[in-house]
Ligand binder design. Structure first.
Ligand code: AMP
Ligand code: MG
Length: 483
């Protein structure tokens, strides 16, 4: 059952990683295994639970590497980041024919560790697993956890003074190529190596792309679509540094991230984001800022004439907003039960009208402190008015919505469609935090329940009803970047 991992990245651009092996954890134990994902990767869950499987999941295999990358962190360039506490185990082709990376976080110090201890605490690794499963279940491109293990080691506290249980996260990603990878290549490598990196990235993610300009277009478009879906789901990534933006179009690196309770443009959950750079409402703009950094790395490869090259790159970046609005409008129409497609082209419901209605709605939700997730679910169930302190403005808005819906499908069909796009279950701050605290103290059952619930987020199951409540203090919740 041993499936040898390939090292396609190290083979293509050896300058961008160093051979490195994970530290062997003293007493590794599986806390959670993603059996569905294991099968997708052609691993039998039983084999992964056995001795050989454990060697793989703890990185005790040959050929592993630590990747170099750079990045802009909170707007400032950092030429030397990289896998400080992680190794790339390798890659394989899954049952769907897609090449996927296996990556191990919490694997001990690497040559890129700088001042860090190379370790990862259990809570944040489980948080990354929960968020990945939830986004995946919503159909939003994301890296996912194959497994979370405890190492049997107590590590230095991230918050407070009590040592924390150490953990490992085995992450599966379309790849670990990031904007920061290209920044590193631009700042440290020669043009020939950079061209090889472009080639590898195109071949791996955007094989239809024509050269570096085509790659830029594909990456800009996929990020516009990704962030549009985050906004609709009420997801706040928390650290959209360029080293945390993947070129595959998947979301990656869920540290101090969270999901909105009350809809607030200014919502920030990260304790280190004091300026609110990565606030919920700033995400579309920040993604474009990051993509502009990506475009800069490609400029020297676009055209011998720098002015021409900049013009070409700028023209692509200028299309970001259109792609974003198109994806956002499409998703919002589905959330609001406005039928689109051919039928509504005739009825004339365009992106602009949906977005205008959406802007009015989001103002209303913010003014009246209405829960983001709860609103959309209640709208489909015909009970949204009860969420407003003053329902009159909502009722006026709702009349506009009904006008846009026109005849639409029969009410029952519309209701069913909306229940398939508006989740009942989101990993709410209070519940996720409580589950992670329990895991920290040795009880992993609540986080297993959470993982089960977020995996089928559109279903209302009696045993998960408590997870739908926003609880107290959601607005003041902070997640710590001591990930
Ligand atoms: P992140 O904020 O998790 O995306 O990490 C930013 C950078 O810091 C990356 O280069 C990480 O590898 C590195 N890093 C984060 N935590 C640690 C740690 N405990 N030890 C070593 N490096 C770390
Ligand atoms: Mg990172």
């Amino acid at each position: 059952m041993e499936i040898p991992l390939e090292q396609s990245y190290a083979a293509a651009v050896p300058e961008l990683s160093v051979p490195w092996r994970a530290e062997a954890p003293p007493h590794p134990e599986l806390v959670w295994l993603n059996e569905e994902l294991a099968r997708e990767l052609r691993y039998s869950p039983a084999w992964l639970r056995g001795e050989e499987g454990l060697s793989l999941l703890t990185g005790q295999i040959d050929g592993t590497t630590a990747q170099a990358y750079a990045g802009h962190q909170f707007g400032s360039p950092n030429p030397q980041l990289g896998d400080g506490r992680a190794v790339l185990l390798g890659d394989l082709v899954d049952t769907g024919g897609h090449r996927r990376d296996l990556h191990l976080k919490g694997a001990g110090r690497t040559p890129f560790a700088r001042g860090g201890d190379g370790k990862a605490p259990l809570g944040p690794m489980l948080r990354e697993a929960v968020i990945g499963e939830w986004l995946h279940a919503l159909g939003i491109p994301t890296t996912r956890a194959l497994a979370v293990l405890s190492t049997g080691e107590q590590i230095a506290p991230r918050q407070g003074v009590t040592p924390e249980p150490g953990a490992l996260l085995v992450r599966v990603a379309a790849s670990h190529l990031r904007v920061g990878t290209f920044e590193y290549a631009t700042w440290h490598l020669d043009p020939e190596a950079r061209e090889r990196l472009v080639e590898y990235t195109i071949q791996r993610h955007h094989p239809q792309a024509d050269g570096p300009l085509g790659l830029l277009e594909a990456v800009v478009r996929s990020q516009a679509e990704l962030v549009a879906q985050w906004m609709l789901a009420g997801f706040v990534h928390g650290v959209m540094n360029t080293d945390n933006m993947a070129l595959s179009g998947e979301g990656i690196d869920y540290g101090p991230c969270a999901v909105l309770d009350v809809h607030r443009r200014g919502a920030v959950f990260s304790s280190i984001d004091r300026g609110g750079r990565y606030a919920y409402g700033n995400q579309p703009g920040i993604a474009l800022w990051n993509l502009s950094r990506f475009a800069e790395t490609l400029v020297p490869l676009l055209d011998a004439d720098p002015n021409q090259a900049i013009e070409q790159a700028t023209a692509v970046l200028e299309r970001y907003e259109g792609w974003y609005l198109e994806a956002h409008g499409r998703g919002l129409a589905a959330k609001l039960g406005i039928p689109r497609g051919e039928q509504t082209e005739q009825a004339g419901v365009g992106t602009a009208e949906v977005e205008e209605l959406g802007a009015a709605l989001f103002d209303l939700l913010e003014e009246q402190e209405v829960d983001h997730t709860g609103f959309f679910r209640a709208l489909g169930e015909g009970s949204a008015a009860a969420l407003f302190k003053d329902p009159a403005p909502f009722e006026r808005w709702d009349a506009r919505l009904r006008g846009l819906r026109g005849d639409g499908p029969p009410a029952e069909t519309a209701r069913r469609n909306m229940a398939h796009v508006n989740p009942a279950i989101v990993p709410r701050n209070v519940h996720l935090d409580a589950a992670l605290r329990a895991a920290h103290l040795g009880d992993v059952q609540p986080v297993r329940t959470m993982l089960d619930a977020v995996g089928r987020p559109f279903e209302r199951r009696a045993e998960h009803a408590h997870l739908e409540e926003a609880g107290d203090g959601g607005e003041h919740f902070l997640t710590f970047c001591g990930t």
